[in-house]
Design a protein around this ligand. Structure first.
Ligand code: DGL
Length: 248
């Protein structure tokens, strides 16, 4: 039985699984929340590479034919190593700076991501490609991952935490904001309430889902599993994953 592995530091990657299932509804997925090691955002690249290898080994032992790194931080730190070391296709996250740069009217693009993503060479390279065309303002979504992992997706405290990292981007004039961490789409309703009308938020997950479909087809991996579904697993006790899964 073929399956597709998906992992994140926690439950955030469910925002990617949601989009993947829209276009690949007949597949079998294994979702791994690495919550015993969450958050990844402030960890070293070496630590994240070791975790990504361990999770990939586990996915292979479960029969995965491809792995989605549904975490911007892990993609930035580890996907090149994974691709070099394993013989299966990997699909990762990339902050959607390109569509944001072509869509902005104010000429300022905001990027919300973890500290790990914003300092990784992979991101700095993407940013460099657009530096002449637009101004890029960045902000670390401090406390956002913790809000999502504790299922505090709205309310006065969530709003205060979201506002603290979002406002600097709005003040810098950003009219298009890239959600550069897979946890952040779960806070989108709060962000939209804080931001003035007309500010656009870009979630790369739909593009990643389309990319996964192409990659599976190109690799000749058979689609339409006879037993479609999602197996939810985590590295530590987890009350969030199953609850958040019900919301997607
Ligand atoms: N959801 C992850 C990302 O996309 C990781 C967040 C974290 O663990 O800090 O970056």
């Amino acid at each position: 039985m073929a399956s597709i592995g998906i992992f994140d530091s926690g439950s955030g990657g469910l925002s990617v699984l949601r989009e993947i299932r829209k276009i690949l509804p007949q597949e079998r997925f294994i979702y791994w929340s690495d919550n015993a090691h969450c958050p990844y955002g402030e960890k070293t690249a070496g630590y994240i590479i070791d975790r990504s290898r361990a999770i990939t080994d586990f996915m292979l032992s479960k029969g995965a034919r491809a792995v989605v790194v549904a975490c911007n931080t892990a993609t930035a730190a580890a996907i090149a190593t994974l691709r070099a070391e394993y013989d299966i296709p990997f699909v990762g996250m990339e902050p959607a700076v390109k569509p944001a740069a072509s869509g902005t009217r104010s000429g300022v693009v905001g990027v919300l991501a973890t500290a790990g993503t914003l300092s990784a060479p992979k991101y700095l390279n993407i940013k460099g490609q657009y530096a002449d065309a637009v101004r890029i303002a960045e902000s670390v979504g401090r406390g956002y991952v913790e809000l999502v992992e504790s299922l505090e997706l709205d309310g006065p405290h969530a709003e205060e935490v979201v506002r603290a990292s979002l406002e600097p981007l709005l003040e810098a004039g950003a009219d298009t904001i890239v959600l550069g961490c897979t946890h952040y789409p779960f806070l989108l309703p709060v962000m939209q309430r804080i931001a003035p009308q007309g500010v656009k938020f870009i979630d790369p997950a739909p593009a990643v889902a389309r990319r996964l479909k192409d990659v599976l087809e190109q690799a000749g991996i058979p689609l339409n599993d006879p037993e479609p579904g999602v197996e939810l697993l985590s590295s530590g006790p987890d009350a969030t994953l199953k609850k958040l899964f019900k919301l997607i």
